[in-house]
Design a protein around this ligand. Sequence first.
Ligand code: NI
Length: 162
Amino acid sequence: MGNKILIQSADEVQDFHDPEIAKILQDMKSTMLEYKGVGIAAPQIGINKRIMMFGFESNARYPNEKPVPFEILANPGFMPLDNEIIYSYEGCLSVPGIRCQVQRYNNIKYTGYDLINHVYIEKTVSGFHARIVQHEIDHLNGFLILFRTDKITSASFESELK
Ligand code: NI
């Protein structure tokens, strides 16, 4: 947090077969795994492109959440399916050690270009899966959890929440 790339709107990926993408994906994945994230967006490793990945079987940072299938998406988008909003404590690898309650749509449809299978996808999801997608798309639009939350007084160090 504080790096300007994190408050910018990232550029669309023009060429899904650009050989540079493979290296970016490697860096993103190793960073996400090293810091035990459930997702990561390219701006978080200093790359101003609309690329994000997410998914886990089990995760130490979110031990109570059910698995989310691993996906890598370029140029993603989402739309809410209704007005149901859920607040939950959310963290971010770019805001280390801090969580805050963030309001997210519970039910969404999302789209994007799947960089693993090289097809456009469209999925309907709920709950934590929907939360991660909204969080990572926020990164591509220059929003961090502290700018997004409408409950800023919920911001807490992880050590205090324990
Ligand atoms: Ni994040």
